[in-house]
Design a protein around this ligand. Structure first.
Ligand code: ZN
Ligand code: FE
Length: 257
């Protein structure tokens, strides 16, 4: 799949899926109109779909004006976000399928950041190719989203789904928060060599103003404390041996970091 990563607003990424054969595109979470419009013009592509992960303004901000430009465009979002996503036409539930450019995506319910948050997972199209995960503000590179509407138990369940995806799966999360996330991660998982190495590499990448997205599930499983909430070392750090309570504590520490 041909995926274009477009920086938007302060630290958002919009992902544009391009089908060059049919001159069409779809976007995941158009934070703002102008960056999407520019890329569509550059590619000479029509916009046929918007895949929204959740209702927050920095994810749906471009919906309305894009819909004006492309009246046939179909806007997908969670059924639980009904009336909260501008222009929404399709109301998705866990297990539903979406398609674009011959690729089939699975809808995963991943509540926690918001109660209706969904992710779009496109399994590997051919052996050796990675699957693609668009997870909005649920899983970040080195971190996870804040719990605005959901409970720690919901978020744990959501992240547990995501961490079981194949290791090579590319993680297209919606914000460039990686360096800050890894700084926090080192405070709770200081002896993790993979994490230490990732931090150094990320610091260099950011000094060069390179994007750190997409990440990979395999990398996240080794280094992201919010996918390792039930690991011995992290339970020991919080001193709370109930995994969900311990996760809640980690998330609280990050909120105040
Ligand atoms: Zn959000
Ligand atoms: Fe966001």
């Amino acid at each position: 799949m041909d995926i274009h990563r477009l920086p938007a607003l302060l630290d958002n990424y919009v992902f544009l899926l391009h089908d060059p054969v049919n001159h069409t595109a779809a976007v995941v979470d158009p934070a703002e109109y102008s960056v999407v419009r520019q890329e569509l013009n550059r590619l000479g592509a029509n916009l046929s779909a918007i895949f929204n992960t959740h209702h927050h303004q920095d994810h749906v901000g471009g919906n309305q004006r894009l819909l004006q430009d492309f009246p046939d465009l179909i806007i997908y979002g969670s059924a639980a976000d009904r009336d909260r996503i501008p222009g929404q036409k399709v109301f998705l539930e866990a297990g539903d399928q979406v398609s674009f450019g011959g690729h089939q995506g699975q809808v995963l319910a991943v509540p926690g950041h918001t109660r209706g948050h969904i992710a779009y997972y496109f399994p590997a199209a051919s052996p050796g190719a990675p699957g693609e995960l668009f997870c909005g503000d649920t899983l970040f590179a080195g971190g996870c989203g804040r719990l605005f509407e959901g409970t720690p138990a919901q978020m744990v369940e959501s992240l547990n789904q995501l961490r079981q995806l194949p290791d090579p799966t590319r993680v297209w999360c919606a914000h460039e928060y990686t360096l800050k996330n890894l700084e926090f991660a080192l405070t709770v998982d200081p002896d993790n060599r993979d994490l230490q190495n990732r931090y150094v590499a990320t610091k260099i990448a950011r000094q060069r103003q390179e994007a750190t997205i997409p990440s990979q599930i395999g990398v996240e499983n080794l280094t992201n404390p919010f996918l390792r909430w039930d690991h011995q070392d992290l339970l020991a750090v919080t001193g709370i041996f109930d995994p969900i309570q311990s996760f809640a504590r980690l998330r609280g520490l990050k909120d105040r970091f």
